[in-house]
Design a protein around this ligand. Sequence first.
Ligand code: PEP
Ligand code: MN
Length: 272
Amino acid sequence: MPDYKLVTREHQQQNTVIEVNDIKIGAKKIIVMAGPCTVESKEQLSTIAKYVKKSGAGVLRGSAFKPRTSPYSFQGLGSKALEYIKEVGKKYNLITETEVMEINQIDLCGKYVDILRVGARNMHNFDLLKALGKSSKPIILKRGISATINEWLCAAEYIMLNGNPKVILCERGIRTFETMTRNTVDLAAVALVKKITHLPVIVDPSHGTGIRDLVSPIAKAAVAVGADGLLIEVHNDPENALCDGDQSLLPKQFEILMQEIKDFSLAVGRQI
Ligand code: PEP
Ligand code: MN
């Protein structure tokens, strides 16, 4: 018995294209998902959403529930943040996404948000994956911090096998012996997974590097190796961000990235 089959191109040759309103994930256009690491207030989310929309992002990112390494770190605004995400997404006509950490958050998040995200720390949470298989929402499945490609694809298989074909794989860097970057972005995995599976694959250069100045070059490299989209943290006041300020782009830097990435997309037969 193979470890996975539904995710493979043997099972389905053509690319899976996930449609959410007017956005197609996995088609010719590179989809950029951008926003704060964490929703800090309605004003903060709204300010950032306005900028990312203006620069061409299609999806607003933002976490309401946060899996923090330290229990003393900000844990997110919870369900209040979900209300802000819905309101701000509607205001700027942006698709929305957020992280779901537990089975009992699936229905709640699904009421407010278009796309659910499984964080790296939960990629091995098989009960959560099975429950997300019963959801009708698209799922961004982040690669686990030390997950092999095989384990990542098995996690995707759990969601598909339980009934949800709308899985978006997200490479967010893996833990290696390197310490100067937060994680090591595995772009070879992106190219390989694009070959093996028909599922859309996106890259998160923010968590992948942990360093603001590396986000733009790695985003371009991701497009060059065939990524279908990007997940990027943007903050209007990164110095005072409650989470991940060091890896968040300023709105102006995001605007420049969106301009510069056009040529990279065209060079590989894509659009942005
Ligand atoms: C995130 O994208 O908000 C996040 C927590 O990332 P990861 O799960 O990749 O660490
Ligand atoms: Mn973050």
